[in-house]
Write a protein that binds this ligand. Structure first.
Ligand code: ZN
Length: 295
């Protein structure tokens, strides 16, 4: 049958046997018959996949990673259940086309906050809170209040509406913004912390326990990749010098600098990254507004 979300009015189909459903567009959980919203504490279940294997497999596809990194030794895997407040926010500036609809997650603890800031949380897949998850991993209680989190979420959305207004040349003041904020509840979100050793050195990373995506992980660069970075860097300086010499013919001494300076500037990050023995990689594309399916 087709149901209509009581919050964002999106229509979507569900099997006839279901009595409680979650809107795939804004994340609202409601009773199908009464269309009343239910519950406000949820969790995301952990997928049945080895986080260590997912991490190493992802790293093996990264530039400059050793081919045999998949055989690295996993030292530890810790599951963290982190609290995140969710809001559905609709904001529009009166008399302007500046408008924003967002499903925003605000981390409720400072632990791992940098990992979850602007994180694209999935809308689907959450379940009603179950105390048994507290024993499955390290469980964190929220440290900030719902109100504080709501303030942060609204600020984020207002910033975007202001940017949009600036682009279209409309006058922006906060009191002209029509705000519709719907609290979606507290969600405990699973993140794996994985430590491994390769060639006697220690590395670590984080894997999303719900999607299996690698949020952030470090890996060793092969000698070859480091050497290559050095060669590219030096040749960039060489090209700069060459151009400089050509320009110098026409523009005198300043032409030489004109070629050399951009050459060195361009080469510096490459040479620099080549001198480092490790790198970080991520499978996540961050945005301020989390998950959004329509505008
Ligand atoms: Zn909805």
């Amino acid at each position: 049958m087709e149901v209509e979300c009581p919050v964002c009015s999106a229509k979507f189909k569900i099997p006839d046997t279901i009595t409680i459903t979650t809107c795939p567009y804004c994340g609202t959980t409601f009773e199908v018959q009464s269309r009343e919203r239910v519950g406000d504490h949820f969790f995301f279940p952990v997928i049945n996949k080895d986080s260590g294997g997912l991490l190493l497999k992802f790293l093996s596809r990264q530039y400059g990673a050793p081919a045999d990194i998949v055989e690295a030794k996993i030292e530890s895997k810790t599951l963290h259940y982190l609290p995140v407040y969710f809001f559905y926010i609709h904001a529009n500036l009166e008399g302007s086309t500046a408008e924003e609809v967002a499903f925003i997650g605000i981390p409720a603890t400072d632990e791992f906050e940098w990992l979850l800031e602007g994180y694209p949380f999935p809308v689907r897949g959450k379940r009603f809170f179950d105390e048994s998850i507290m024993k499955k991993g390290k469980y964190y209680e929220p440290k900030i209040s719902k109100e504080e989190a709501e303030k942060k979420a609204v600020e984020k959305v207002l910033r975007v509406v202001k940017e949009e207004a600036d682009i279209s040349g409309d006058y922006f003041t906060v009191d002209r913004v029509k705000l519709d904020v719907v609290y979606q509840g507290l969600v405990h979100y699973p993140i794996w912390e994985v430590h491994y050793t390769y060639g006697g050195k220690k590395f670590y990373g984080y894997v999303d326990g719900s999607t299996g995506l690698v949020i952030s992980a470090s890996y060793p660069l092969t000698q070859e990749a480091r050497k290559k970075a050095g060669v590219i860097g030096i040749s960039a300086i060489g090209i700069g010098l060459l151009f400089g010499l050509v320009f110098a013919k026409f523009a005198g001494r300043w032409g030489l600098f004109g070629g050399l300076i951009p050459g060195i500037a361009g080469a510096w990050p490459i040479v620099f990254s080549g001198t480092r023995s490790e790198r970080r990689a991520s499978q996540i594309i961050r945005g301020y507004r989390g998950n959004i399916h329509f505008r």
